[in-house]
Structure formats: C-alpha cells, structure tokens
Design a binder for this molecule. Structure first.
Ligand code: SF4
Length: 341
C-alpha cells in the first residue's frame, strides 16, 4: 500500500472519511472530529462579553515593562523603546496581510487563510526563509487598532480564519487589536502560527482566545537549537511544554462540514538534512505525550536560505530518502493524522 499523498489525505478530511487507527490488536475506526459551522462560536467572543479579554490585554501589556514574553526573558522595558533579542519595542510592525493559499488545506479552503505577517522574531534561525522580515525587520509600524482593522478586512475578503504569523513577541498588540476587531464584527477563528518557543505562563493568558494553535516543533536536541536558533538551547523542553499546553487548551483539530479548521492543534515539523531536526524523537513525543491522532504536518520544503548556505550540514535540500524515512518514523510511532507538506 502506498503512503497517502497530501491531497489524498486532505481529501479524506474534506469528506470526513474515518481514519483507521490501531487499538491494541484490534483496528477501530477513528472519525475525524467535525462540528457544524453554525454551532461554532470563536472562543474570544465569550471572553469579551465577560470582560475577561480586557483584563488579559492589560496583563499582557504589563509584561512589556520587563519583557518575558518569550523564554529569552530579556527583562527590557519595551514601553520605553528598549529592545531585546527580538529587536522590537512595544509597537508592532507588520510586513503584509493577505489571503494565503499555501497553508495547510484545512486553513485555506476556498477563501484562503487571512495571514498577518509580523516583523522580527524571537527565535532567529540561521535557515530562516523569511529572513528579510524576521531578521532584518522589514515592515511598517501599525497601531493596535490597525491590527484589528486588518483582521476584519481579511474576514470581509472571505478568509476562513485570521492567521498570525510570528506573533510571540507582539502578542499584547494582537490581543489589544482583537478587541477593535470584535467591535467591528470579527467572528472567524484565530490561528496562532508560531515557532514553538513560547512560555507556558504567557500561553495561559491566551487560553479561551486562540482557537487554533499552529506551532512548529523544530528540534529535539538542545545543542542543535542552540547552534541554529541563536542560542535557544532550552528549545526542546520549552516547545514540548508549550505544545502540551496548547493541546490542553484546544484539543485535537476539529473541522466543519466542509473540512475547514475551527479549533484545535496542528503541529508543523520541518525535516532538516542529516536529521538535525530529530524527527524520530519528535514523532514519539507526539504519540506518547499528546495523542496518535494529533494533526502533524511533516514538511519536506527545506531549502538552504539566509546563513544556511554557508553551513555545510544545512547547505542542501533534504533527499527523497530522508523524507521517506521521516514519514516511516511517523507511521511507526503510530501517528494517524499525518499531513505531508
Ligand atoms: S519577546 Fe523579545 S524582548 Fe521579550 S523576552 Fe522575547 S526576545 Fe526578549
């Protein structure tokens, strides 16, 4: 039997065909969780009605005064213009906002995913494919209200969700802007599209706000993370704890009757040359610490960008054999909701 392609896999999602799941020595049907669109209400509307969203915004903004929004814990006062590893003050910068049709199929549908790309980054990988945005900081300063207006503009264009790309270091601005968007009628799910380097205490402030978490899990070896992501040696433990917290908050991916994502966790894992990403350990983590039916996208698209061209072990694309091995590891670990990007 051949491995399903991405299109075949997602075709199954779109028509809600049960996936087959091993259960001891039996095989049982495991239907893809679905919810009728008309029964869905994004989590943030409830918090806004109760006044809790306003309180969360204040708590998040207070963190800027001695920044510990991410595990770098720089301690700088970003409200006074100081900057830490992410080179960002308390004003957010946006590079672009547009419907995106290259994301995972459950996010894209017919209308696209409403991506807002934030400038700068807290992880700063040597192989960054958007280094002009994330390292050089290309983009324009925007007010929180403008971020909110971008959200409703994307909704009006027919996007199925609002997809915050690299949000970690500007999350207070995003959630503040969300209140403007709610006043303007926002009602589609929010996607938190991050590098996985997130502290659990900040994620807890997003509980009940974010509907869909879309984290990377980049490395399982701290030495690799330190070498290729600006000294982030604690990345494997931090990302594992962060993803477990995300799973606790939103659970497994739930889609509507048309296969469009409404809520849940979607994990991305980029296969790197020479198994630098530690794919074998990553898939075991998902199977053992989350669930075998967690949505995982094993990504083949690595190409040497930015500084990686000059780093011998990262200076080539992955081979077909490396990718097939990664998928075999995922299947051997028992993962059943496997996308292949
Ligand atoms: S968000 Fe930026 S300033 Fe704050 S702790 Fe992280 S890297 Fe440092």
């Amino acid at each position: 039997m051949h491995d399903p392609t991405r299109r075949e896999f997602m075709g199954a999602t779109l028509v809600s065909v049960p996936l087959m799941q091993s259960c001891g020595d039996r095989v049982t049907a495991s239907p893809i969780p679905t919810m009728r669109r008309k029964d869905f209400e994004p989590a943030y509307l409830r918090l806004e009605r109760s006044g809790e969203l306003e309180r969360r915004v204040r708590e998040l903004q207070a963190i800027y005064r001695s920044c510990r929004l991410c595990p770098r814990r720089c301690g700088v006062d970003r409200t006074k213009g100081q900057t830490g590893v992410c080179s960002s003050t308390s004003r957010a910068k946006v590079f672009s906002a547009h419907p995106h049709f290259g994301e995972e199929r459950p996010l894209v549908g017919r209308g696209g995913s409403g991506t807002i790309f934030f400038s700068n980054c807290n992880l700063l990988c040597v192989f960054c494919q958007n280094w002009e945005i994330n390292h050089r900081g290309d983009g324009s300063y925007v007010s929180d209200d403008q971020i909110g207006r971008l959200m409703t503009d994307l909704q009006e264009l027919g996007c199925h969700n609002i997809n915050f790309v690299t949000p970690t270091h500007v999350v207070p601005n995003i959630i503040s802007g969300l209140r403007t968007a709610i006043r303007r009628g926002l009602k589609i799910p929010l996607v938190y599209n991050c590098g996985g380097y997130e502290p659990v205490e900040v994620l807890r402030l997003l509980d009940g706000i974010i509907d869909i978490y879309l984290p990377d899990y980049k490395y399982t070896d701290g030495a690799m993370a330190a070498k290729y992501s600006s000294g982030a040696e604690d990345y494997p433990e931090v990302a594992a704890a962060a993803i477990q917290e995300m799973h606790r908050q939103v659970g497994e991916l739930v889609v509507d009757e048309n296969g469009i994502a409404l809520r849940g966790l979607m994990i991305r894992h980029l296969v790197l040359p020479n198994n630098i990403a530690g794919t074998d350990k990553f898939v075991k983590f998902v199977a053992e610490k989350l669930t075998p039916t967690t949505y995982v996208n094993i990504m083949a698209q690595y190409r040497p960008e930015y500084k990686a061209r000059n780093i011998p072990e990262l200076s080539r694309r992955i081979t077909s054999a490396e990718y097939q091995q990664a998928v075999r590891w995922a299947r051997e670990a028992g993962l059943t909701r496997l996308d292949r990007g």
